[in-house]
Ligand binder design. Structure first.
Ligand code: URA
Length: 441
């Protein structure tokens, strides 16, 4: 088999065979197929797409490119969640502790920032000392002892995704449904959870821009999961503006801490409770138990159990607990500058991806593979879609460590807000929830 022929066939719109897909993944993981050929194939997939059969083959080839975990000696039932990526999405930081505090172990492999969307690991690493790179043994031990672990992709689990994820980030090939579906589901299948809640984001701050595409992505991942014997729920949630107010690594950790203390922005708290309730409901056989589980999730926030679990988890991964107890000790930016509205009117639209890119401009994300990031910088949103604003009123607040970067981010952020005379309805938080259980074989 020749890789160039596989690339050409996909370029010309052919359906790849299982053998071709497996050959490519095996060769790329082993370092025998270079990045430039893998990038060409990703671009061909971006333009030509893949059938559900090809996407399933790609997922399974990636899931089996390394070890797969079996965690049943630790707990009889393990639940996992994954977001398709969005701006200000710090959901794991709140949902993980809630679910673990309710007695359901959460062992999660998370990613770093991808294009304009932040990464859970980058956020957690803004806590001094926090270690995201764990071995499988450390992962298992913490899951057993704490019931909550969030780690980076090891070279042992789904290594093909680790390589492809970083390559897609810098080659403009992130927003392709087959590539997103296989990337997420390969990690989830390799990590051994029995049940998976997918948070499929749609809107200006997501990789998927239309509800129709989000439904396609959600259905595809649910189908791949149930075929692999997993209980699956996909929440299609809105990302036409950042989730919560904070965008930027340490700022998002602070917002998550406020939420774990029972405060935080309402949209973020509501979203976190929805995801947590769906995760907790997965234990039951009945498909819809989520309304009861929502009450338990709320109680874990109210009685401090989720906060205690967060502290325990941060300590277990080497993070400085004093810094999360007193978030003023987390990294802080030197300058805080408001961005004000030029005219009065209603906020009609927010380009959330533009806000994510402004945070990258500030140094809070990567422009190329391996760039260091500044944990302190970011944006705090003041205005949301549907709000009435007056001229001179702050739309957001910019946290920067550098004058030139601040000016660049400010220019970009100004273009992210559309203000007009007509009132608009705020978008719903959740568009749809799909629940499916594995077919009997
Ligand atoms: N999250 C992933 O893990 N992979 C993607 O491709 C997008 C979001």
């Amino acid at each position: 088999m020749r890789v160039v022929e596989i690339i050409e066939r996909k370029r010309d719109g052919a359906e790849l065979t299982t053998a071709e897909i497996e050959y490519f993944i095996r060769g790329y993981t082993a370092g025998e197929i270079p990045d430039y050929q893998a990038a060409a194939l990703c671009m061909a997939i971006y333009f030509r797409g893949m059938t559900p059969r090809e996407t399933t083959d790609l997922t399974l080839a990636m899931a089996h490119s390394g070890a797969t975990l079996d965690l049943h000696d630790i707990a009889p039932f393990i639940v996992d969640k994954h977001s398709s990526g969005g701006v200000g999405d710090k959901t794991t930081l709140v949902v993980g502790p809630i679910v673990a505090a309710c007695g359901l172990p959460v062992g999660k492999m998370s990613g770093r920032g991808l294009a304009f969307s932040g990464g859970t690991l980058d956020k957690l690493e803004s806590i001094p000392g926090f270690q995201a790179d764990l071995t499988i043994e450390q992962f298992r031990k913490q899951l057993q002892e704490v019931g909550l672990v969030v780690a980076g992709q090891t070279h042992e689990l789904a290594p093909a995704d680790g390589k492809l994820y970083a390559l897609r980030d810098v080659t403009g090939t992130v927003p392709a449904i087959p590539l997103i579906a296989s990337s997420i589901m390969a990690k989830k299948i390799a990590a051994g959870a029995d049940a998976i809640v997918l948070d499929v984001k749609v809107g200006s701050g997501a990789f998927i821009k239309t509800l129709e595409e989000a439904e396609r992505l959600a259905q595809l991942m649910v189908e791949i999961g149930t075929r692999s014997g997993r209980r699956m729920t996909a929440i299609i949630s809105d990302m036409s503006q950042p989730l919560g107010r904070a965008v930027g690594n340490a700022l998002e950790v602070i917002e998550a801490i406020e939420t774990l203390h029972g405060g935080g922005p309402e949209d973020f708290r509501e979203h976190a409770l929805t995801v947590a309730a769906e995760m907790l409901a997965m234990r039951r056989d009945a498909v819809d138990e989520s309304h009861k589980e929502r009450r338990r999730a709320k109680e874990a926030l109210r009685n401090g159990a989720a906060w205690e679990k967060f502290r325990e988890f941060v300590a277990a991964q080497g993070g400085d607990v004093a810094a999360v107890e007193d978030p003023r000790r987390l990294p802080r930016a030197a300058y805080i500058a408001p961005l004000t509205a030029d005219t009065a009117g209603y906020v009609q639209a927010i380009d959330a991806a533009m806000i994510g890119i402004a945070v990258v401009d500030l140094g809070g994300g990567r422009e190329k593979k391996g760039d260091p990031i500044d944990p302190a910088v970011g944006v705090i949103m003041h205005a949301r879609i549907g709000d009435r604003v007056e001229a001179g009123q702050p739309l957001c607040e910019i946290h920067a460590n550098d004058d030139a970067r601040l000016a660049q981010a400010e220019a970009r952020l100004r273009r992210a807000f559309t203000i007009g005379p007509e009132p608009v309805e705020p978008p719903p938080l959740i568009h749809r929830i799909l629940r499916a259980r594995p077919r009997e074989s």
